[in-house]
Design a protein around this ligand. Sequence first.
Ligand SMILES: *Cc1c(COP(=O)(O)O)cnc(C)c1O
Length: 366
Amino acid sequence: MTGPRLNIDLDKIYHNAHTLVELLADRGISVTGVTKATLGSREIAEVLIRAGVKAIGDSRIENIEVMRLAGLPVAMTLIRSPMLSQTDRVVMHADVSLNTELDVIRKLSHSGQKAGRIHGIILMVELGDLREGIMPGDLINTVGETLRLPNVAFKGIGTNLACRSGVSPDAEKMAQLSALAVSIEATFDLTIDIVSGGNSASLPWVLSGADVGRINELRLGESILLGCEPLHRQPIDGLHTDAITLSAEVIESKVKPSKAWGEVGQTAFGERPSGTDRGHISQSILAIGQQDTDPCGLRPPRGINVLGASSDHLILESDHCLTIGSEMTFQLNYGALVRAMTSPFVAEVVKPQCGTFNRTVEANNG
Ligand SMILES: *Cc1c(COP(=O)(O)O)cnc(C)c1O
């Protein structure tokens, strides 16, 4: 089989998604399955839907368009604020979007009128992570303005934590979001449909048995695909952490000094190399690099250490000599996964769910 490649095990992804859907259903929380790390893979989206997610979320309208054309039978949510320049496409293909700017919501309303469609709006609230979100003090005003616009429907509120600043979605933040929902309902005499309590980083809070208050939805990507929660990158009990792995081929294997020699400047990626002298080591090169993945996000098998990488070479130290042409398989984190999915040089080999067909996507250059 050709390398480098992502090995995607749909049974394991199904297991992860189904386990989370069931756990959260017990707490009155539904799941929006987030496909952005998979480039909006239709096959993976279908597995998530079979596993019981209520909606599919993606950050790119391009991905949503592909999934929509495939006829997926659930609501599609654009989980990044629509660009002002893309509102026609957003209204045409997404049912709901996450929003923070009235200028964008007004344009969505306008696009909705032109298309004769009603677009759902979830307003995102800033609770301290300092990525997207309306400041809590401005929320009531934004809800009021949204309610007045034609062809947009106010669906609810949400927050996103732990992405830019690593701020934890703890009981206090979640209680604050619940309280905002209650105050909107009291102010406008309505019932809020969706209170979206965040991404995979909110799982430790839910699973700790906390009172979930008004939170009734989570948007989950990493936990389903990689079995981890993003706050401390700990595996979640009962989930597979190897549903997706990355394999690459050995193209050089030699015993070499551990320390570089000669006059030393910067590396290809602008760092200063830091090799200490540990005598001679078994050093191997895999045919994969910065262009294909995030080398820092790879978890190698036991006995293997990642020493460094340039655009096309990944350098490893191993406790024994690796054979030229042999393969090494890594577990990977979210950053490494996103980049590998996006590289045209990395193929995808999909292991089907029992009872469905096998399929291989060769790399674009193949
Ligand atoms: C990426 C993203 C998610 C999913 O995050 P995971 O950590 O992968 O679960 C949810 N919501 C928003 C707004 C996102 O950008």
